[in-house]
Ligand binder design. Structure first.
Ligand code: MN
Length: 752
């Protein structure tokens, strides 16, 4: 910003822009508080006096433009107009929030304070800073949503004038807009603003691609308009005969969305067929519901043009989560091309253009809670229970921002909106966190599905629960909604704390049972060394979870020939897992040893070295407890095969020298995916018994499930997480006890 006196022409330019603002304002339905707005203008104008923007124009032109966007493009009233006029005063001049409060009252001061707080932008030096800035931005949503709306107007004007900024700033601002502000505008129902923000970001991020598409669009324009004229003429005629006041306009796809389509479909510009859409905005007759009239127009149009059977979008019966209402239908035009027709009433149109502000205008009462209100209260809820980690919070929130919706039904026929990609487990958490935490699966359209089932529009979903079911770590892979994620993370934090507490107590008790004094610090240290852990809480956590058992404690603390061992005839001296675990040589050491004098062809597999030094072969995927051997491959990696694996058989005959004998010494820290196949009689409820056995009796997690029934026989393949062969065998014994189950077996080949 440079400072210098304004010319008379510049003073006049500011004055004219202010009059244009008042003019915009006069054309709205708001109460006319011209006096207050005039005061705010004079105050801001003298505060920014003599200051210029990078483009050289007087600074005041910016707050005026932002205020005009607030009135004309978002539909906001005098409080927002004043706040917009004053939005950079505290940030850029010597005036304080208190000054604003004294002059313009508490509300405007609060909004200006909110805008000042987030004036730095969202992107920072570090990801964590960015997350924190973003959080600040969202906090202003729960203070007063107008802060965010004015911020969006501010950003829109900055994007419109981005050309005068230096290149590196252009990238940063465009990136931020693409990342946060466009999705936010979308979420708040501001469609034209969202589209413009996306287009402008794209223009500054990919200037050449933008210019290319824009040029092609321009070359295409006349042909499109001609198509539009012939297409719309009969519709126009029909609507007139129905006695409607209406407008019918051509909508040409935005540069950015054309580019997005080219990218996702991997097609050239010429193959983007839906460049043209047609929009009808009409004033409904009083005698009939808006919805009925939209459908009447639909039916009039489809008498002229043939509709695409799968492309009707009814956002009147169930509005989008951001409040959007309209009826979309795609029909075939005169020359065989598909054209989308959007049918809206005036009210729906205003909702689509002005989003939230229009939504307030039509809101009838407190009980009239729209999806948008629900979303806002969800944000408040998330903000009130902040994640420990700001980055997690950011991820969680962004999920919410980008989601497209699907509609699903409860068993009672109640409709619920879920983001696209949401799973049965997400749905359970949406209904209630208790349902989520105890969910074992769901019935979708009366068929059993696993937790990870991805919901489709129109699904009827019934959640199945079990009192003894509890969330598992991998559930985080199955959920996509912020609500489910934050519930699960909160649960795991609670659970972890209680495991640590329990583990610490168990460990202290175990040490206390040893009939000799033990230095606690030393004992902890020895245990940490033994299990390759670094923090005492990691040790307590594993003990608390039961992954580390304490029956070897004496052995670990006093290995071999300690006095205690010599005095205690029951000490198991010959068993020395600690020595084995720690001394198990790495592959490199092995190779060195091979070259040297002694050949040690045996290896020990532990939780710590599995998947790192030793790789479980894909062909037979062994789990702890299986009889296995190691094969040192040409790439220097050691692969573990089952002894009876076909590949291992081949290796045995040809590469004998590269084979190692292998033994397991795992402590149930890592689990392994195993596919099992179950067959039985398809009696009602039998599969619930199977699920209950797996999840309740054994607390085993499932990754995937696939069940088919035919002629009274069902066959299911389940992917389960097990620690070792013993656990799998125990599970089989229990499953076979279910009378209807006829066969349970381990599937040897993985087919994914
Ligand atoms: Mn600004």
């Amino acid at each position: 910003m440079k400072e210098s006196e304004f010319t008379q022409a510049e003073e006049q330019m500011i004055q004219r822009e202010f009059e244009a603002l008042l003019d915009d304002y006069a054309h709205t339905m708001h109460r006319q508080k011209v006096e207050l707005i005039t005061r705010a203008f004079h105050f801001a104008n003298q505060a920014h006096h003599g200051v210029r923007r990078l483009s050289g124009e007087p600074y005041m032109m910016h707050p005026l433009a932002v205020a005009r966007i607030c009135v004309k493009e978002i539909g906001l009233g005098s409080t927002s107009i004043c706040s917009a006029l004053l939005h950079d005063v505290v940030e850029d001049t010597d005036y304080t929030v208190e000054d604003i409060e004294n002059l313009f009252g508490e509300k405007i001061a609060m909004i200006v304070a909110g805008l000042t707080k987030i004036s730095g932008g969202v992107f920072g030096e570090h990801a964590s800073e960015q997350a924190e800035n973003f959080r600040k931005l969202l906090l202003t949503i729960s203070d007063d949503i107008r802060v965010v709306l004015i911020k969006i107007a501010d950003r829109l004007h900055n994007m419109r004038t981005l050309g005068s900024q230096p290149k590196e700033k252009q990238y940063k601002i465009a990136g931020e807009t693409q990342y946060i502000y466009a999705p936010l505008a979308h979420r708040l129902g501001l469609f034209p603003i969202k589209t413009e923000l996306e287009d402008l970001s794209f223009k500054y991020e990919h200037p050449e691609m933008y210019a290319e598409i824009e040029a092609k669009l321009a070359a295409n324009k006349n042909a499109q308009m001609a198509t539009f004229e012939t297409f719309s003429a009969p519709i126009r005629e029909r609507l007139e005969s129905m006695g409607y006041q209406f407008s019918i306009t051509a909508r040409i796809k935005s540069v950015y969305s054309i580019w997005k389509k080219m990218m996702t479909k991997q097609i050239p510009f010429e193959d983007v067929y839906d460049l043209l859409a047609v929009r009808i905005v009409f004033t409904p007759h009083d005698s009939m519901s808006e919805k009925d009239q939209c459908w009447m127009i639909y039916s009039a149009i489809t008498e002229i043009y043939r509709p695409h059977p799968e492309r009707i979008r009814d956002w009147i019966s169930t509005p989008k989560a951001n409040g959007y209402e309209a009826l979309h239908v795609t029909v075939m035009g005169q020359s065989g091309e598909w054209v989308e027709v959007q049918i809206r009433t005036d009210r729906m149109h205003e909702l689509a253009e002005h989003g939230l502000a229009a939504h307030w205008k039509y809101k009838t009462g407190e009980q009239d809670e729209s999806e948008l209100d629900k979303w806002l209260s969800e944000i408040k809820e998330i903000l009130e229970h902040p994640e420990k980690d700001a980055m997690e919070f950011l991820d969680t929130f962004k999920l919410n921002l980008f989601a497209q919706e699907v509609f699903v039904f409860t068993p009672k026929g109640e409709i619920k909106t879920m983001p696209q990609g949401a799973t049965a487990l997400d749905f359970a958490f949406l209904l209630h966190s208790e349902l989520g935490e105890h969910c074992i699966g769901a019935k979708v359209n009366h068929t059993l599905v696993p937790l990870s089932y991805e919901l489709k529009g129109g699904d009827q979903v019934e959640i199945l629960t079990s009192g003894s079911q509890h969330p598992q770590e991998n559930w985080l892979d199955y959920v996509t909604t912020a609500k489910a994620q934050s519930c699960l993370r909160a649960y795991f934090r609670r659970e972890e704390r209680s495991y640590i507490k329990r583990g610490e107590k168990l460990f202290h008790d175990a040490i206390g049972m040893l009939e000799m004094p033990v230095n606690m610090d030393m004992a902890v240290q020895k245990m940490l060394n033994h299990y390759h852990l670094t923090q005492p809480i990691q040790l307590y956590l594993q003990i608390g979870k039961g992954a580390i058992r304490l029956n070897d404690t004496q052995q670990i603390l006093f290995p071999k020939k300690s006095i205690w061992n010599m005095l205690n005839p029951f000490a198991t001296v010959e068993k020395k897992p600690s020595a084995e675990v720690k001394d198990a040589p790495t592959v490199l050491e092995k190779e060195a040893a091979e070259k040297g004098k002694k050949k040690s062809h045996s290896i020990v597999l532990t939780d710590e070295n599995l998947g790192k030094e030793y790789i479980l072969a894909d062909c037979c995927h062994p789990i702890p407890g299986d009889e296995v051997l190691g094969y040192l491959a040409e790439d220097g990696k050691m692969y573990i095969h089952k002894i009876d694996c076909e590949e291992a058989m081949l290796l045995k005959t040809s590469h004998g020298k590269r084979l190692y004998s292998a033994t397991w010494n795992t402590h149930r820290v890592q689990s392994f995916v195993e596919t099992i196949e179950i067959q039985g009689i398809d009696k009602f409820g039998v599969f619930i018994d199977v699920l209950k056995t797996i999840t309740e009796q054994f607390h085993i997690n499932m990754r995937a499930m696939n069940v088919a029934a035919d002629d009274g026989i069902f066959k299911g393949q389940l992917e389960v997480y097990v620690y070792d062969k013993k656990e799998l065998q125990d599970l089989f014994v229990s499953l076979r006890k279910i009378p209807e189950i006829k066969a349970v077996k381990r599937v040897m080949t993985v087919n994914s």
